[in-house]
Design a protein around this ligand. Structure first.
Ligand code: GLC
Length: 554
């Protein structure tokens, strides 16, 4: 289908999260840039990607790797120019690839001209662009997100003797959405980039736009009202484009971000088209370690239905720490013990590691995790480099250890840049297991048995079976907690995905009587022998350690 004609394209899309700095360097300065991405688009196309999400690309002092924006109307000089950006979008579209960018509404950099003005005096015209207070005692019920570095959400500013509010680093003052000029101006920012033909936004840190005393200042009705206004602009002026919301919240708090009416799933959503399902992610890791599917099943049971024009976005890893905010304190401790034995691996309430190292570089586990992801309700997102099993460097500052240069080849510089590797923005991964000499795109593309090819196949099979994007989901009873069996169904099709989370042979006993008379077809081509016909008696399937398969039942 052409880019213009399918308004619900995102429901069955494969997303790819791409850090511009880390991907490919076109001008030999040791930093990735926009023009560097263009020759790599065919690679993403080959993997089966439908939509690229670009991390923030704006001028920034980079105190939070670009999430601290100093100018919303420009491109960071390291990354190129607005013309380069337009060229990238055109080249992507020419290949049928969509592009969304980060939209950071909540805060700016303290180097933004608005804040430089705002902090000058109490009567500066920009004063009310930010949230100022005589005391640091307001909004005490609000949690601190960057716990390892920020003692408070307030920072004292000497010039005027007042405090300013910030949910992230002190160098990221929160914008004041009670000021209608701010609210309107950010809509102008959105239009500026939409007018360049992009396909939407990943909207950053959306729960925190407004502050109200006596609340935790998250998910407030005022915030939802503003986001609905943003959505209305897209619907009116840019049909077919999307808003993907980053709200790290529990499922019942996530539901309102889709809008519509929670009591009436038939009513279309009028807020975000998509939202990341944060809570299911750490539960996949817990399930894999304990060989127990229960928590995945429970959190999906706790997940309210969403409007039919909406979609979850599911992920295993991203550019941040693997957040453990959406688990109990007990599980947080457990997951830290299991996945971050070295204290250096921990950051804030999470774990700063990549997928492959988290899963002991165990190919079977990496595939299994991806198979779970690809069969959950939602559109999957792949974090750059995870498709080849890249490693991390926990010794780099903040979350930079999961943002190292993409490993394209085994040559010096890893095909990332022609500059001298010691001048790269970050060191290449260079160890025995994950070094670019061994883990790189060229080697994996040449090897039909590589992780890249396995994932490419999974992507292709998923896309050939739209029921995996659009169908209902139901976790079947298996009589065995080590087995996760997810039935995805529509009027036309039914696929049962079976996962053995344990390191032992397991048997699932399933009630498939609705499909009596049918012979399951192995979609991924992984079964050595074919399965017998389904009847009305319990259907028993044996599954090898860490094995998975997708069975077409209809
Ligand atoms: C989001 C981003 C994260 C950033 C934060 C503040 O959580 O994913 O990288 O630090 O917002 O903008």
């Amino acid at each position: 289908m052409s880019l213009a004609t399918d308004p619900l394209w995102y429901k069955n899309a494969i997303f790819y999260e791409l850090h511009i700095r880390a991907f490919a360097d076109s001008n030999g300065d040791g930093k990735g840039d926009l023009l560097g991405i263009i020759p790599k688009l065919d690679y993403l196309k080959e993997l089966g990607v439908d939509c690229i999400w670009l991390l923030p690309m704006f001028p920034s002092p980079l105190k939070d790797d670009g999430y601290d924006i100093a100018d919303y109307y420009n491109i960071h000089p390291d990354y190129g120019t607005v013309e380069d950006f337009k060229k990238l979008v055109d080249e992507a579209h020419a290949r049928g690839l969509r592009v969304i960018t980060d939209l950071v509404l909540n805060h700016t950099s303290d180097q933004h001209a608005w804040f430089i003005e705002s902090r000058k005096s109490k009567d500066n015209p920009y004063r009310d662009y930010y949230v100022w207070s005589d005391t640091d005692q307001k909004y005490q019920e609000t949690r601190i997100i960057f716990l390892d570095t920020e003692p408070s959400n307030w920072t004292y500013d000497e010039t005027t003797g007042q405090y300013y509010w910030h949910r992230f680093y002190a160098s990221q003052p929160d914008l004041n959405y009670d000021n209608p000029v701010v609210a309107d101006t950010m809509i102008e920012v959105l239009k500026y980039w939409m007018d360049m033909g992009i396909d939407g936004f990943r909207a950053d840190a959306v729960p925190y736009l407004f502050e109200r005393e006596g609340t935790n200042c998250e998910n407030l009705p005022e915030t939802h009202a503003y986001l609905k206004r943003v959505r209305a602009v897209l619907d009116a002026d840019y049909p077919g484009t999307i808003l993907l919301g980053e709200a790290n919240q529990w499922p019942w708090d996530l539901r309102p971000y889709f809008g519509g009416n929670p009591d009436d799933p038939e009513m279309p959503g009028d807020e975000f088209h998509m939202a990341f399902h944060f809570p299911v992610m750490p539960r996949i890791y817990k399930a894999l370690k304990l060989g127990d599917a229960s928590d995945i099943i429970q959190i999906m049971a706790d997940t309210p239905a969403i409007p039919s024009n909406s979609q979850w976005c599911v992920f295993l890893r991203n550019h941040d720490e693997l957040t453990l905010e959406m688990v109990t304190e007990e599980d947080r401790q457990l997951l830290w013990q299991l996945y971050a034995p070295d204290p250096r691996m921990r950051l804030n309430l999470g774990i700063r590691r990549r997928l492959a190292p988290l899963l002991d570089n165990n190919r079977a586990k990496i595939e299994l995790a991806n198979s779970i992801l690809f069969t959950l309700p939602g559109a999957p997102i792949i974090y750059y480099g995870d498709e080849i099993g890249m490693g991390d460097n926990i010794w780099l500052f903040d979350r930079n250890g999961v943002r190292t240069p993409m490993q394209w080849t085994s040559e010096p510089g890893a095909g990332f840049s022609a500059a001298a590797p010691e001048t790269f923005y970050a060191p290449l991964i260079d160890d025995e297991t994950y070094g670019y000499q061994k883990i790189n795109v060229a080697a994996q593309m040449a090897d039909p048995a590589s992780l890249f090819h396995t994932l490419k196949h999974m992507v292709a099979v998923r896309k050939a079976n739209p029921v995996l994007g659009e169908g209902s989901y139901q976790f079947l009873r298996t009589g065995n907690k080590a087995i996760l069996a997810n039935l995805r169904q529509s009027d036309q099709a039914a696929i049962l995905a079976i996962h053995n989370l344990s390191g032992q042979n397991q048997t699932a006993v399933l009630d498939l009587s609705d499909f009596a008379g049918r012979i399951p077809r192995d979609l991924l081509g992984r079964l050595a022998t074919s399965l017998p016909e389904i009847s009305t008696v319990p259907y028993s399937v044996s599954v090898k350690p860490l094995d998975y398969f997708w069975l077409k039942l209809k």
